[in-house]
Design a protein around this ligand. Structure first.
Ligand code: ZN
Length: 400
């Protein structure tokens, strides 16, 4: 099976993860693909099995290499867009915009990332669904690389894991790390779950969430003077006193506070925030600002009107990667040797690799060649996907 056939086979499976569900995986249809991947891993020569929402595969080095490469990709697709009845189409991109359907156009003026893919073959949608390159391109890349290197010979120890529910933040719940790390060798671990293949990520946000609750006092407005405390008014005041760094005015290495949901009545109002920063100290100062504003308002009303609850969500993996720089060096060397420019690209979000890093398996992220994830404008650059196979093969060849 060539890599395009592989990719098209996997996107035909509906695997949309479901935040509402508590089961593992969150959508039982994910299991169908996970089990098919077990068969596909066996076909190319791996020992493979399915367990508790994850599919694993392993093969020992044919030339007694000491070290191991671990590769991971997720089977689920984002619940943000329709993930079934996907009708992929291959187009050779020359320039301009690409019509997807009667009313949906992949517009070069909006999606300026198209320019990077000039002259390449792209897989696009019909404008009704996402494509699923996130992360079925990762799956196709991993299996194509491993299939080819097994045929060629001269490979390191290889361990693969396909995971569920990455898109709803549960992609490592129940993962069998003992199986993955069952070896005294050094492990070169990577998720293959990014976009642009020239971008390499071993740094991500530190993250927390905050819930602000205001308990007001409701009384008939006709007799409200000096009695009524409108929770919605108070919570708006709270919001205006927070730092002004927001997603809409920050980029690159800048952190932010993002109001993502609100509920309100006169008697009670609630705001939900996410807080993000690459620097632990900035994250702490954002968190502290919530408490400072709470105290200020409570003091001015002389009562505990405002409550703040804050929880940490995930941490920047860089702290861990900095102690394991071999993971970065080998990737840089592989790119250099292939003459491909590489850019270290901090992720303005979290990854399963960040979680794994703190569970004792440091795990940066490699790209796949996909763009515009989580929506109908998603597309995949076939040439970049094939280049990623060469890059990972080069990494494997450098492993001792
Ligand atoms: Zn992904």
């Amino acid at each position: 099976m060539d890599i395009i056939e592989r990719f098209l086979k996997y996107v035909a499976y509906e695997t949309t993860s479901n935040e509402e569900s508590d089961s593992i995986p969150s959508n039982e249809k994910e299991i169908i693909l996970l089990k098919e991947l077990v068969e596909d891993m066996k076909k190319i020569g791996l020992d493979s099995f399915y367990k508790d929402g994850f599919s694993y595969g392993k093969i020992k080095s044919d030339i007694n290499k000491k070290d191991t490469i671990f590769l991971m990709a997720h089977v689920d697709t984002s619940p943000d867009a329709k993930g079934y009845d996907i009708k992929p189409r291959i187009v050779h991109y020359k320039d301009g915009s690409i019509p997807l359907s009667k009313d949906k156009i992949l517009d070069e003026n909006i999606f300026d990332n198209l320019k990077k893919h000039m002259g390449h073959d792209l897989i696009v949608t019909d404008g009704n669904t996402l494509l699923g390159a996130d992360d079925k391109a990762g799956i196709a890349i991993i299996l194509d690389t491993v299939e080819k290197i097994i045929k060629r010979g001269g490979y390191p120890n290889i361990v693969i894991c396909f995971s569920p529910d990455e898109e709803i933040g549960r992609g490592t719940v129940g993962i069998d790390l003992d199986y993955i790390k069952d070896s005294t060798s050094r492990i070169y671990a990577y998720t293959v779950d990014g976009g642009d293949i020239t971008k390499f990520s071993y740094e991500n946000f530190n993250a927390a969430s905050a819930k602000v609750i205001v308990d007001g006092i409701s009384i008939h407005p006709s007799i409200g003077k000096n009695k009524l405390i409108n929770a919605m008014e108070v919570i708006q005041l709270f919001h205006t006193l927070l730092p002004k760094q927001k997603p809409e005015n920050t980029e690159k290495r800048e952190g932010f506070i993002h109001l993502c949901m609100m509920n309100g009545f006169v008697e009670k109002a609630e705001y939900y925030y996410i807080i993000r920063s690459f620097e632990p100290s900035e994250l702490e100062s954002f968190k502290n600002s919530f408490f400072a504003v709470r105290d200020k308002i409570n003091k001015s009303y002389n009562r505990d009107l405002v409550k703040v609850e804050i929880n940490d969500t995930y941490k920047n993996m860089k702290e861990i990667i900095d102690q394991n720089t071999y993971l970065v060096d080998i990737v840089h060397n592989a790119y250099d040797e292939l003459g491909i420019k590489i850019q270290d690209d901090p992720i303005r979000g979290g990854t399963d690799g960040a979680t794994l890093s703190y569970l004792g398996l440091p795990c940066p992220n490699l790209g796949t060649g996909g763009e515009n994830f989580h929506g109908v404008y998603e597309y995949l650059d076939i040439d970049d996907m094939k280049m990623m196979v060469k890059i990972i093969t080069m990494i494997m060849d450098k492993i001792e």
